[in-house]
Structure formats: structure tokens, C-alpha cells
Design a protein around this ligand. Structure first.
Ligand SMILES: NC(=O)c1ccc[n+]([C@@H]2O[C@H](COP(=O)([O-])OP(=O)(O)OC[C@H]3O[C@@H](n4cnc5c(N)ncnc54)[C@H](O)[C@@H]3O)[C@@H](O)[C@H]2O)c1
Length: 244
């Protein structure tokens, strides 16, 4: 593993209790930083913090609740890095068969919540003159997966949020980027049909799922000072699936 320097940096990682978020927490700590996990699942936070050790802490936060996010940001202390990683698939179905409730919920968690966390954390970063924000979008946001219009649209929206915020913050010391992974075998697979999982694998030229640790490596580099001339940008980690 290459050494990425996050010495003395604190990262808030949403959805950091498992999957890609937990792998990112591990890599942040291995890089000398500390992590604060914001997740809705208290038991999973406890297990993650026990595994990660004393450089990790956690807080139960429903990320679609603006007041809860504001409160969490106020309690976090200095925040150098924000990783907007929490997300849901909302299940699979043709667009016209999806309920308005699940469509809205998916957009709330995957797009509105990163807006709420950015809204709460950016003023703190501005006061420090430093920050790195990394948004975990998806290849679905670039290509539009069939049977996942809610998920694809929410991730396309997150790419748009990244581009706007990156430009707004240019010159402040805060850089904002997003990544667009292909599928990784995590608990999120429980929210998808086998047919959809097979479809996603069939689209990856490298012919395997990406490992959470591989995604974490890209996130943590983007969260470091080595990332210095990229903002409002979209980073591919799709095993060759993306053509742009
Ligand atoms: N795994 C993949 O195939 C894949 C591919 C591309 C992008 N992504 C994206 O990567 C991110 C992480 O995915 P993962 O596979 O690790 O998922 P996961 O299901 O393993 O973990 C997601 C975490 O987010 C938390 N969470 C969900 N809704 C929340 C809410 N409203 N408030 C607070 N916490 C909430 C969950 O409790 C969970 O701990 C997601 O944004 C996902 O869309 C995943």
C-alpha cells in the first residue's frame, strides 16, 4: 500500500459504518488521519469504531434531516475532509413501475443529503481556509442504468452538485471532486436484483467487481493535499466501463 499523507487531518465520512465508507475510514487512519462516522445505523457504527480504534468516533445522523446534520457538524470540531459516501439504491424497477415515495427517498439520501452536509460543513472549512470534499457518485450517474432511474438520476445530480460547488469554492483552499465507481460487492447488493448485479458485472471490461479498498484509495488521494489542481471533477473507477 502506498503512503498517502493525512497526518493530523480529520475526516467526516457519511455512511462510514460499512462498505466503501468503512474501507475509506480504514485508509484515512492508515494515512495518519482520524475519522468521524456519520451513519444512521448505530449498531454498525459501534462495530466499526471498535474495529477502527481510538482514531475513530461515530454519531448517529439521519442525513436527510437538515437539523440533525447541522447539529452533527457543530459537534464535530475541526473538519478537514468531508466524504459524502452514504447512499441507497432504492431497489430496481422500470421507471414507470417505481413508486414516487422510493424515487423521492433515493434522491433525498443520495443527492439532498450531500447538499445538506456541504451546507453545514463548507462554512467551517472556509473559516479554516482548507478543505477536501469527495462525493461518491456512480457510473450509473454517467451512463444511466436501466431499472435504476432514481439511482442514476440521483448520482447524475451529485455529479452536477460537485461541479457547481467546486467552481464556487475555487481559490478558497477547498477542493470538491467526485468519483464514479462501478459495482463493489458490499451490503448494498442486498438492495438490488440478481439480474441487475449480473448486468453491472457484464458491463465491466476488467470482468470483476471493484474492491472497497480500491475505491477508498482513490477517495483518500482526492482527500489529501497531493490533490491540488483538480476541483469540480469526476474521477472514473469503473474497470474500463466509462468511455469518458
Ligand atoms: N457498492 C457498489 O456497487 C457501489 C457502486 C457505485 C457507487 N456506490 C456508492 O458508494 C456509496 C457507498 O456504498 P456501499 O456499497 O458501501 O453501501 P452500503 O450499503 O454498504 O453502506 C451505506 C451506508 O450508508 C448508510 N446510510 C444509508 N442511508 C443513510 C441515511 N439516510 N443517513 C445516514 N446514513 C445512511 C447505511 O447505514 C450504510 O452504513 C453509496 O453512495 C453508493 O451509492 C456503490
Amino acid at each position: 500500500m502506498n503512503r498517502i499523507d493525512l497526518e493530523g487531518r480529520t475526516a467526516v465520512i457519511t455512511g462510514g459504518a460499512r462498505g466503501i465508507g468503512l474501507a475509506t475510514a480504514e485508509r484515512v487512519i492508515a494515512s495518519g488521519g482520524s475519522v468521524v462516522i456519520w451513519d444512521v445505523d448505530g449498531n454498525a457504527i459501534d462495530a466499526a469504531v471498535a474495529e477502527l480504534g481510538d482514531k475513530a468516533s461515530g454519531r448517529v445522523v439521519e442525513l436527510t434531516d437538515a437539523a440533525a446534520v447541522d447539529e452533527a457538524a457543530g459537534a464535530a470540531g475541526r473538519i478537514d475532509i468531508l466524504v459524502n459516501n452514504a447512499g441507497i439504491t432504492g431497489g430496481n424497477g422500470k421507471t414507470w413501475e417505481l413508486s414516487p415515495e422510493i424515487w423521492r427517498k433515493t434522491v433525498e439520501v443520495n443527492l439532498v443529503a450531500p447538499f445538506l452536509t456541504s451546507r453545514a460543513v463548507v462554512p467551517l472549512m472556509l473559516a479554516n481556509g482548507y478543505g477536501r470534499i469527495v462525493n461518491v457518485a456512480s457510473i450509473a450517474g454517467k451512463e444511466g442504468n436501466p431499472n435504476a432511474s432514481h439511482y442514476s438520476a440521483s448520482k447524475a445530480g451529485l455529479i452536477g452538485l460537485t461541479k457547481s460547488l467546486g467552481k464556487e469554492l475555487a481559490g478558497t483552499g477547498i477542493l470538491v471532486n467526485c468519483i464514479t465507481p462501478a459495482a463493489a460487492r458490499t451490503a448494498i447488493f442486498d438492495q438490488m436484483s440478481q439480474e441487475h448485479i449480473d448486468y453491472m458485472l457484464s458491463k465491466i471490461p476488467l470482468a470483476r467487481f471493484v474492491e472497497p479498498a480500491e475505491v477508498a484509495a482513490m477517495i483518500v488521494w482526492l482527500a489529501s493535499e497531493d490533490c491540488s489542481f483538480s476541483t469540480g471533477a469526476v474521477f472514473d473507477i469503473s474497470g474500463g466501463r466509462a468511455v469518458y
